[in-house]
Ligand binder design. Sequence first.
Ligand SMILES: [Mg+2]
Length: 253
Amino acid sequence: MRDRRRPLLLLTDFDGTLCEFQTDPAAVFLSDPCRTALSTLATRRGLSVGVVSGRRAADIRRRTTLDGPIYYAGLHGMEIDGPDARFEVPHLAARRDLLAELARSITAAVAPLPGAFLENKELSWALHVRAASAADRQRAEHAFWSLATPALDAGTLRLQRGECVFELLPDIAWHKGDAVRWIEADATRRLGSVVRPIYLGDDRTDEHAFDAVGTRGITIVVGRRPSQAAHRLKDPAAVERLLIRLAAVTQPR
Ligand SMILES: [Mg+2]
């Protein structure tokens, strides 16, 4: 683990880690200094870079516009767009119709509640209540539970809880930790050498990734949330400073 010659695989979450949260998730884009640092790192010898998010992989690509060989892992890693390989969890698309039908009902139920809305991630749906009043938040959550519980109980769908986010996904056993393992294996294949993973994340869904990395690499939680990560950074601004420093000290290819 201390071997400095081993290639590094730098994986990071997006929202709350690379970027501050915004009331409107559509308004979140990577800052220019962060983009430059990550793009620089992606082209360094012995370094691979990836972004792992609950968003769609294509959405992350659009919001980061990074240069170089990058891994984009969307939907908590259920779809991964690598530099020369792709992955999608089997049977993922088959659950689409059921989710879409349920989403229509939840959308109608939360429509009268300001600040609560359902985000369409195409293969998953996320109820956001961050911007709602306490009363509306409660109403939105009540509607969500009464509509989603049958599918959750039946095991057709599962729930991924984030900070003020309730996300419904196909009940397929796959999370950010599995995504980390897939990317590690693919990066090892590409680079011809076992990689040492570094993972940065702020959300409880990132704990799966911290668990997958364990003591084989470096784990960094962002923010104050209790975490199994070995290290901690205060906020996305601190992450940005770290990436800029890393880009400055690593060797050009
Ligand atoms: Mg996050």
